[in-house]
Design a binder for this molecule. Sequence first.
Ligand SMILES: CC(C)(COP(=O)(O)OP(=O)(O)OC[C@H]1O[C@@H](n2cnc3c(N)ncnc32)[C@H](O)[C@@H]1OP(=O)(O)O)[C@@H](O)C(=O)NCCC(=O)NCCS
Length: 185
Amino acid sequence: MLILSFDKFPVLETERLILRAISQGDVPAMFYQRSKRELMEYISIPLLKSKRDAEDLVKNYQFLFEQKISISWAITVKGSPEMIGTVGYPRISKENYRGEIGYSLDPAYWGKGYMNEAVGEVLKYGFNNLKFHRIEAVINPENAASVNLALKHGFVKEAYFKDYTFFDGEFWDTAVYSLLASNYR
Ligand SMILES: CC(C)(COP(=O)(O)OP(=O)(O)OC[C@H]1O[C@@H](n2cnc3c(N)ncnc32)[C@H](O)[C@@H]1OP(=O)(O)O)[C@@H](O)C(=O)NCCC(=O)NCCS
């Protein structure tokens, strides 16, 4: 079984970004981002409705890390402490050496290659430090940005489930992409 032996939060660095722990100071940014329909268009999770919801979400991220259940990072641009998005492994199956990657970015920062950098570093950490055997991405097939991002990092499509999730009065299709440690370059 995989052992998540975090003693302190692993801060990661890319050319332009610092990936750090999500903290209470991120509540306003979390609320701003996760209450935006544009950002949540392809994610079957309700929009945040209040600052209180954002506080609970931040506390939950902290709890999941402290309990060694999962890990997510706040994305910041070097030189500015503001959280512009999140990336991480919101679901980890220790028994199966498997993590599910998740990512979201404030729309003001889309299309600049930021998530490409963040995902590259988080995959490296997932395979080299967390010792995942398999990382998967569960994506709404209409989410072209997310599909292209996953493909760019070597994920392959494994499954397509029709009408898989009932959300907001509709059935949504879901696609599952995977990247195995043996195919990671
Ligand atoms: C998905 C998301 C994180 C991409 O972030 P980003 O920083 O804009 O992505 P990047 O600029 O790093 O681009 C990475 C690749 O994604 C693809 N991409 C980005 N935006 C795209 C778009 N609107 N349409 C098609 N492909 C797109 C490109 O192929 C790009 O590769 P390239 O550099 O070779 O062109 C961002 O669109 C987002 O936060 N969406 C809302 C949240 C979400 O849906 N998360 C995923 C849930 S599964």
